[in-house]
Design a protein around this ligand. Structure first.
Ligand code: FES
Length: 154
């Protein structure tokens, strides 16, 4: 307890703030350091997840899918992927699982990929739903062509 009469002229006693000291650190500085460390760990985790998520894998040759066709591949080191070839030289890559009940899509009808389970239809070019019961399009992957290789970024 200190008397603040010396400082402010009031006779009211004030309690001195109790502070726990750790040699070289205050409690506040330790908490701040811990928070910064946790944030750094979080950033590191996000960065490593992003790096793991961007893996480029050659899935097939361009000649493996005729124009207007599609096929499901299971590339080594990647995930199952539906590659479509909606126009000459244009390849698309999607998750091969119907967004209605997560079963593999079944076949192609014109410019649509059809799920044989309940009949949902997805565009071979955009993956968007053209007919339900699915309400969400097929998730897309980035696909590039290098020479005659179709490469998907997982
Ligand atoms: S699981 Fe594909 S339409 Fe139902």
């Amino acid at each position: 307890m200190t008397n603040c009469t010396d400082v402010c002229g009031s006779a009211r006693a004030t309690a001195a703030p109790a502070e726990t000291k750790t040699p070289g650190f205050t409690r506040r500085s330790l908490l701040r350091t811990a928070a910064i460390g946790l944030a750094a760990l979080g950033m590191s985790s996000v960065a490593s997840t992003a790096m793991a998520a961007s893996k480029k894998i050659t899935v097939c040759k361009t000649t493996a899918i005729k124009v207007g066709g599609a096929n499901i591949f299971s590339p080594k080191g990647g995930l199952p992927v539906l590659i479509t070839h909606p126009k000459a030289g244009v390849f698309r890559a999607f998750s091969p699982y119907c967004t209605h009940q997560h079963v593999p899509v079944g076949h192609i009808e014109g410019s649509n990929v059809i799920c044989d389970q309940h009949g949902a239809s997805f565009s071979t070019d955009s993956g968007k739903v053209n007919r339900g019961p699915a309400t969400t399009g097929l998730p897309k992957y980035t696909v590039t062509v290098s020479g005659t290789s179709v490469i998907v970024t997982f």
